[in-house]
Design a protein around this ligand. Sequence first.
Ligand SMILES: Cc1ncc(COP(=O)(O)O)c(C=O)c1O
Length: 364
Amino acid sequence: MALFHSAHGGNTREAAALLGIAPEQLLDFSANINPAGMPASLKHALQNNLALAERYPDVEYQRLHQALAAHHQIPTSWILAGNGETDAIFMLVKALAPRKALVVVPGFAEYRRALTQVGCDVAEFHLQEEEGWQLTGRVLDALTPDLDCLFLCTPNNPTGLLPDDSLLHAIAARCKTLGIALILDEAFMDFIRDRSGFIPHLADNPHLWVLRSLTKFYAIPGLRLGYVVGSDVQKVNQMRAMQMPWSINAFAALAGEVILQDTAYQQASWRWLEQARPRLRAALAALPALTVWPGVANYLFLRCDAPGSALQRALLERHILIRSCANYPGLDDRYYRVAVRSIEENDRLIAAMDAVLSGTGPVL
Ligand SMILES: Cc1ncc(COP(=O)(O)O)c(C=O)c1O
């Protein structure tokens, strides 16, 4: 049985309440946030600009959109920022108003929620464990003319796997031919060094949309900032016209102007992940009953062949919260996702998992 009501990771309040402790006492591996915390450059900018709270932000967020456009070297007219990427997902779906959509299972839950809200019929494409949970050419056959849009998450959440570039190009070509809007969620792309994702390919394809989040890589999930990018300027303008005024707070808008410039933070984050993830993956894979997939993002997807959802419970007793994937369509209570955190924090997770799975911890 699921331990929590929440559909997402990061609900430390609910988990802590179960134990009768304060949320701060939990080590949270359930939300995929950069453990470095927000960039120091942003912290200083926020501290020095508290007066922004006393004024309305620019309703067009010109400086923010210019900063995003400069970062990706694309026209400002292609971008619309939102109150987190989640907001951008809902804006895009509302503007596209699809009647039939295809989503990948297991995948991020908010695509389906946004699609259902506009009365869209949602079909599922199931990833398979026998295919290593990787997206394969099978998906090309699932692209039929009755579809209006396809959501893909690259790298996927919760698997952390990134489809081959050649497959993504084949999917984009087929979507273009069939007039299917291809929506690529690149919320975790910033974690991968030297990967620019599909934004450089937008010019050739007005059916292509890319969603980005700044909340994960720059550790600002409480501030919230994300955006949608596409070369169909008319559609972007339509979204702009439908967006609620001032929906991004002034501090989040300032964050967007500051953090993209912080190359030292970006470099340090890439170095940390390149060191920490393989180490965590190898240590977890060496434990009894665990299978770990080779994710490329800042989290790892695993299967535990000990019964029930007891692993999450047993770790919680040790004040460590991991994400059970039991509530993802297509998965069950053997599957989990853990964030990559600092080397020391990962070591705590490894030791706790070892104790639990090797039988020196609470019985599973
Ligand atoms: C795949 C994916 N896309 C988008 C989001 C939403 O990001 P944001 O916090 O910017 O709304 C999340 C958050 O968990 C996510 O996992």
